[in-house]
Design a protein around this ligand. Structure first.
Ligand code: MN
Length: 308
């Protein structure tokens, strides 16, 4: 049994669009993976002024941002003083904890005069909810440039989190998680069946970005998020060559969370305090990031937040 959920569009900055796969009403999260934005842009012509992203200073609390890059690069700067460029098949893991401010900018925005040969940008940004007892830990940032990639049954697999098929990404997490970027690379017939093992303690989701997957008698098209039934012990499928999907999983998280804008907490008061502190940026809580454009204001919080 698989639940297929269509992906919706979200405008993260004016003219800067992403596809939002998580959360959705029918799938608020997969384990601690509680947010997923997919950015994919191809440059059509030289004067494509909205190519890339330029996300001005904004804060986070109570979560980790987990960025996986497929194509192109993005420059991260934060209020701890980190300046880091993420390249294909690398991870940027930023733990917001009690509070951090960052910017995420394509290199072409940083130096418009410089000739930058960037024609395609493709990345995924997840958020991981921190457990309640760790929601206010000190902020940290780390880049992971060397992650496992391997072949398995005609699949090219990049592992970006946890253990899978006897490989380990060696990125620490607060609950057991896995995450892999999988491309169907087989040269065999498209009726070849691929089988991936699933951990019976985990729940799983698939974000299909390219091609089609045939699972049992059903065909799933790209730009859908598939929630796998918890009873599945393996995933068997056929697919055309070049199909690509992200498989994420982890131990079920039962602790309810609240999300508002860029904040995650376990009660409304914590969110309200962060909103107030962000109004006074830069502050002792939300230190400064230098950026040519002003910080992004938070949308007003006028209602009681629902737990998810
Ligand atoms: Mn952010």
């Amino acid at each position: 049994m698989i639940t297929a959920i269509p992906i919706r569009k979200a405008e993260i900055m004016p003219h800067q669009w992403v596809s939002r796969a998580l959360p959705s009403r029918r799938c608020p999260r997969i384990s601690a993976w509680c947010f997923l934005d997919y950015l994919h842009q191809e440059k059509n012509n030289e004067s494509n002024e909205h190519f890339g992203i330029n996300v001005a200073p904004h804060p986070h609390i109570g979560l980790q941002t987990f960025t996986w890059m497929r194509q192109g690069s993005i420059v991260h700067e934060d209020s701890l003083g980190n300046h880091s460029v993420i390249n294909p098949h690398e991870v940027h893991l930023m733990t917001a904890g009690r509070g951090i401010v960052h910017t995420e900018v394509s290199p072409n925005f940083l130096d418009k005069a410089k000739e930058i040969n960037l024609t395609e940008i493709e990345s995924l940004q997840f958020w991981l909810a921190l457990p309640k007892e760790k929601e206010a830990i000190p902020p940290t940032f780390k880049r992971y440039p060397h992650l496992p990639h391997f072949e398995h049954q005609g699949l090219a697999i990049h592992l970006f989190m946890g253990e899978f098929l006897n490989h380990n990404a060696n990125i620490p997490s607060h609950v057991p998680l896995m995450g892999a970027d999988i491309t169907v690379s087989t040269t065999e017939t498209k009726t070849e069946t691929h089988t991936l093992p699933l951990n019976k303690e985990f729940e799983y989701g698939i974000f299909l970005t390219h091609g089609k997957l045939n699972i049992n008698q059903d065909t799933y098209e790209a730009h859908q998020f598939l929630v796998l039934d918890k009873a599945l012990t393996e995933l068997s499928f056929t697919a055309e060559k070049g199909s690509k999907f992200i498989l994420i999983g982890g131990s079920p998280v039962t602790e309810p969370i609240m999300m508002w804008w860029n904040f995650i907490a376990h009660d409304q008061q914590t969110i309200e305090e962060a909103m107030n502190d962000w109004e006074h940026y830069p502050s002792s809580r939300f230190g400064k990031v230098n950026h040519p454009e002003p910080a992004i204001p938070a949308p007003p919080l006028t209602a009681n937040l629902k737990v998810r």
